[in-house]
Design a protein around this ligand. Structure first.
Ligand code: MLC
Ligand code: AMP
Length: 503
């Protein structure tokens, strides 16, 4: 029986004593032990009645067990649906209602808030805490350490990852085994990952970067990871001398550069630093090289497409660019007005096609049609251009999107929520430069006639509704919003108005 993703990432390591993870306390977990744990979890899921194609939603802290749930789903043919731990119960309610998973796995702390949601949908609730305790590991304790992988093809779904949209409604990107596998293979090759690599892994494992890019590459190469629950500067400084490679969002790099302990000596032995998920400022790239002698390798990806482009491993890693399309990925720059390719070097919307491109949005055929063309090209919504040597440069976004510390935030979602609040006539949410997060969320509110707005009370009121990272870092009250002659809010004017807020 074949299950291509399992066969490539996990099957070769069953029973292996090689180290997969080294935890911050020094504890080591071998590939064999990790895969035994995954097999036990797979038994729990199958015994609960989940069959291939069913979904399993997960909102738990990063831990070896949490990653083993992904491996368990792969072998059991279950579609893995990871959720940001910052999402509130109100947000999880939407995802669970939309994806109708057979199991919802949550942190025991959130059980009281999430149990009613699971119950109303007939979804089984299991728990897993940050230390590996909970009802899932309890149920798994007496299960066999081997699980016969369920038959799957490369076209079957492996994961469902939700991404917000410009309408404010999140969409589930359907990723197939082929999407994940083709990308992992390209990246191992392009970035020269081997079994000797030790990746410093401090990214969350509920998004593409930490889950597929970092973890799949490690599994496929048979390397190991210094597996940290999150980015803590002191821990990074301690761990870097033991790593060969690191992957991070630009905030990781600016935070490291702000610390005098981050020196050339500390990372002299490292072979690779990868950055992505948000624009890396050319000045960060330059400062990093001056400090360490290393040139960060910047790449460009999305939830819907995995990785699209990468700067070269051996050739010039050009600051301010995201490099070249990966092997098998076609990239074109289109003029949004004429729907034809732009002239050489001109700016347009980036479209990509290849084995990395997702299958569509879960139960949203209309949305899928709007963004995924019939010829297979996906309209990324990113504005880009090719330089004279073919390096892709991202110069802006056609979509109204803020990227803060590597997390995507769609203003529409926050505006809809603010507009619902008492006394608010309308609102506009923009991203402004932020030294730590790259961009920060700022909201401008217009009160209803005769009403006074209390911004502190408003900030408090929206807290239970949206994740902390999406909440505005500042709220302002204005008499009106700047509009053009068509009545469209001129967000560029607001961005300029608050450009120095966090400088
Ligand atoms: C935390 N906060 C954020 C935030 N992260 N606010 C805005 N944007 C963020 N990204 C909030 C916290 O809740 C806290 O609020 C305050 O800001 C300070 O938190 P902190 O302790 O400084 O944050 P920290 O825990 O250190 O997290 C920062 C971070 C983290 C950058 C390490 O956000 C992170 O790991 N980002 C990675 C995101 C990622 O993996 N993206 C990949 C997406 S995949 P308060 O007020 O309560 O104190 C993708 C495709 C691709 O995009 O190409 O890769
Ligand atoms: P997400 O859908 O959350 O995976 O975010 C994908 C978006 O992140 C892309 O559409 C880009 O706008 C942005 N992005 C990812 N990598 C880069 C990069 N290296 N430079 C600039 N933007 C990036």
């Amino acid at each position: 029986m074949t299950n291509p993703l399992h066969d490539a990432l996990f099957a070769p390591h069953v029973g292996s004593d090689r180290t997969l993870m080294i935890l911050p306390d020094g504890r080591r977990i071998s590939y064999g032990a990790f895969l035994e744990m995954a097999a036990r979890f797979a038994h729990v899921f199958a015994d609960a009645g989940l069959v291939p194609g069913d979904r399993l939603a997960v909102q738990v802290e990063k831990s070896p067990e949490a990653l083993a749930v992904y491996a368990a789903c792969t072998q059991a043919g279950i579609v893995f649906l990871p959720l940001n731990t910052a999402y509130t119960a109100a947000e999880v309610d939407y995802f669970v209602g939309d994806a109708t998973p057979g199991i919802l796995l949550v942190d025991p702390r959130n059980e009281p808030a999430l149990a009613p949601i699971a119950e109303s949908l007939g979804t089984k609730l299991l728990t897993l805490d940050a230390d590996g305790g909970g009802s899932l590991p309890e149920a798994a304790a007496d299960k066999p350490g081997r699980f016969e992988p369920r038959a799957r093809t490369e076209e079957d779904l492996a994961a469902l990852l939700y991404t917000s949209g410009t309408t404010g409604r999140s969409k589930g990107a359907m990723l197939t085994q082929a999407n994940l596998l083709s990308n992992a293979r390209s990246l191992v090759e392009e970035w020269r990952f081997t079994a000797d690599d030790v990746l410093l892994h401090a990214l969350p494992i509920f998004h593409t970067h930490g889950l597929f890019v970092a973890s799949n590459v490690t599994f496929l190469a048979g390397g190991s990871m210094l597996f940290h629950p999150g980015f803590k500067l002191d821990r990074m400084i301690e761990a870097l001398p033991k790593a060969t490679a690191m992957m991070g969002v630009p905030t990781f790099y600016t935070r490291l550069l702000d610390d005098p302990r981050f020196t050339r000596d500390l990372v002299g032995h490292m072979r690779l630093f990868v950055s992505g998920s948000a624009p890396l400022l050319a000045e960060t790239h330059t400062a990093f090289e001056e400090r360490t002698g290393h040139r960060i390798l910047e790449r460009y990806g999305m939830t819907e497409t995995n990785m699209n482009t990468s700067n070269p491993y051996d050739g010039e890693r050009r600051a301010g660019t995201v490099g070249f399309p990966l092997p098998g990925v076609e990239l074109r720059i289109m003029d949004p007005d004429t729907d034809a390719p732009v002239a050489d070097g001109a700016v347009g919307i980036i479209e990509v096609r290849g084995p990395n491109v997702f299958k569509g949005y879960w139960q949203m055929p209309e949305k899928t049609k709007e963004e995924l063309r019939e010829d297979g090209f996906f309209i990324t919504g990113d504005m880009g251009q090719l330089d004279a040597d073919g390096y892709v440069q991202i110069v802006g976004r056609a979509k109204d999107l803020i990227i803060s510390g590597g997390y995507n935030i769609y203003p529409k979602e926050i505006e809809l929520l603010l507009d619902e609040q008492e006394g608010v006539l309308e609102s506009a949410v923009v991203g402004v430069p932020h030294p730590d997060f790259g961009e920060a969320v700022v909201a401008v509110l217009v009160p209803r006639k005769g009403e006074a707005l209390d911004t502190d009370a408003l900030a408090e009121a929206i807290k239970p509704r949206i994740a902390r990272f999406k909440q505005p870092k500042a709220l302002f009250v204005a008499d009106s919003l700047p509009r053009n002659t068509m009545g469209k809010v001129q967000k560029n004017i607001l961005r300029d108005r608050y450009a120095d807020l966090f400088a």
